[in-house]
Design a binder for this molecule. Structure first.
Ligand code: FAD
Ligand code: SF4
Ligand code: SF4
Length: 469
């Protein structure tokens, strides 16, 4: 490193992507990834800081300077191996992590200019590995202990990965027919190719993790049955937050009003985007409005365009500054032709006499004093109502945890809004031998926070089981 001369360009090395006017009609991935030359150029922007603030910004503590240094040297497989010491889903995280609020937020290069493109480099290393090296994880020595994971989203997968590496016999129970959670049923193919998610899950299976799909825990088996009849010594709940919220306004029961969950599940998991080759069609018409301003809303809006809608609008009650979606997703949505109706709130979904959507009535909003979340509260502007003609309305205003497990597990304490109550240092729940993490605990959050929680729980489960044996 003595003669290392960093590349002092202020901007990140550009990421090639499909043209907006082309990509908004196909389901291929928008961002195309770095070539080896681009990756090395970007990696040399890293200053290899001794105090490593970027590592502290990553919820799973990826050893960022080390993996970037391997890229600088052209040792791409070593870069991948360094990342997966702490992150079992690098191809996923490199694509969907909100890096701008995590590792890249605290990158020293961000003080004057753009931070190092840590996510882009992570994606490069993972893609390079899967294209050239493939699946070769070593099988760990079994330690004779058996654990169950409920839910195969990022929280469950991260927890399973660590426990399997430490020799545990891990079984994941998943209620859907496919594993991966939101990575498979929520985030669209054009942002996160499903083959990549399955490739990363395959790595866990090679480690010995067993995944049982079509198993709704709380219905098919209870937590106590998993302990008492199936011999599991500890259980992790990673069941996510898949219950959609609604606005409770007139017209919400009309035909052609979807929750974003149902819409995206049909499009992604059931592959309606491939219809008629797939078995599941979806009808959205030509004019679509999506209510909400998060990643889920952006994904629903951009999917609608690709399904053939001619006019797609986002309706959001705060201003652009408060949009919760990643900045990159908002920019991509705008480039693709999505219209933004900001500071507007629906008051009624309009229908014809036969029960089908014909439009929406909204009221304009302005921002008042900060509310409990610290954001300025949107308040209606008197006599400012307006209407839009529509064929479909997609509601993307939030999700909460499904009540099934708490309803069937009386000694599992939950918060009033439904999140599982845990000790935040260990992720232990009120029920002996049960841990929880991810969206099931926090409500809708991020992939990497869910993975961080899964890993924290794995460590505590390991201590618990070892202390009892
Ligand atoms: P989930 O991913 O929800 O997985 C939970 C799993 O548990 C599911 O497979 C579910 O079927 C299963 N399950 C539920 N109940 C049971 C039961 N009783 N028995 C068995 N299995 C059960 N985050 C980002 O970081 N970046 C993004 O760009 C981003 N975009 C998003 C876009 C969309 C459309 C959505 C919906 C979310 C997005 N998120 C994003 C949020 C992120 O995906 C979630 O925070 C993350 O997936 C939470 O992981 P999890 O493992 O807690 O839950
Ligand atoms: Fe950054 Fe996410 Fe990678 Fe961590 S996992 S280094 S937060 S991109
Ligand atoms: Fe490199 Fe930025 Fe981390 Fe410093 S803070 S080591 S420049 S990635």
């Amino acid at each position: 490193m003595a003669d290392y001369k960093p590349n002092m360009k202020l901007e990140k090395t550009g990421m090639p992507e499909q043209e907006a006017s082309v990509r908004n009609k196909n389901y291929d991935e928008v961002a195309l990834g770095y070539t080896a030359e681009m990756a090395i150029e970007e990696a040399t922007r890293c200053l290899q800081c001794k105090h490593r603030p970027c590592v502290g910004g990553c919820p799973v503590m990826v050893q960022i300077p080390e993996f970037i240094n391997h890229i600088v040297q052209g040792d791409f497989e070593d870069a991948y191996q360094t990342i997966i010491e702490t992150n079992s889903l690098p191809a996923v995280c490199g694509r969907v992590c909100p890096q701008e609020n995590q590792c890249e937020l605290v990158c020293v290069r961000g003080i004057k200019g753009e931070p190092v493109g840590i996510g882009r480099l992570e994606r490069f290393a993972a893609d390079w590995h899967f294209e050239r090296v493939g699946d070769q994880p070593a099988t760990p020595e079994p330690n004779g202990h058996k654990v169950a994971i409920i839910g195969s989203g990022p929280a469950g997968l991260a927890c399973a990965g660590d426990l399997a590496r430490w020799g545990y016999q891990v079984t994941i129970f998943e209620s859907l027919h496919v594993s991966g959670g939101v990575l498979m049923y929520g985030i669209p193919e054009f942002r996160l190719p499903k083959s990549l998610v399955q490739t990363e899950i395959q790595q866990l299976k090679e480690l010995g993790v067993k995944i049982e799909c079509d198993m709704v825990i709380g219905k098919v088996l209870t937590l106590d049955e998993l302990f008492n009849q199936h011999g599991f010594e500890a259980i992790f709940i990673g069941t996510g937050a898949g219950l959609p919220s609604f606005m409770n306004i007139p017209g919400e029961n009309l035909n052609q009003v979807y929750s974003a969950n149902e819409f995206l599940t049909r499009v992604n998991l059931m592959q309606a985007w491939r219809w008629p080759e797939s078995a599941t069609p979806i009808n959205i018409g030509k004019r679509v409005a999506v209510i909400g301003g998060g990643n889920v809303a952006m994904d629903a809006a951009r999917s609608s365009l690709r399904l053939g809608a001619e006019q797609v609008s986002i309706i959001y009650r705060r201003s652009e500054e408060e949009l919760p979606a990643r900045h990159e997703e908002v920019e991509h949505a705008k480039e693709e032709g999505i219209e933004f109706h900001l500071l507007a709130n629906p008051v009624e979904i309009l229908g014809d006499g036969d029960g089908w959507v014909t439009g929406i009535r909204c009221i304009r909003m302005e921002l008042g004093e900060p509310d409990d979340s610290g954001r300025r509260r949107p308040v209606p502007v008197p006599e400012s109502e307006f209407s839009m003609d529509l064929d479909t309305v997609i509601v993307a205003i939030g999700q909460s945890p499904n009540p099934l497990l708490r309803d069937t597990t009386p000694d599992l304490k939950c918060k009033p809004w439904g999140g599982v109550l845990v000790d935040e240092d260990t992720m232990e729940t009120s029920k002996e031998g049960v841990w929880a993490g991810g969206d099931a605990v926090t409500g809708a959050a991020t992939v990497i926070l869910a993975m961080g929680a899964g890993k924290k729980a794995a460590l505590s489960m390991d201590h618990y089981i070892k202390s009892k044996s």
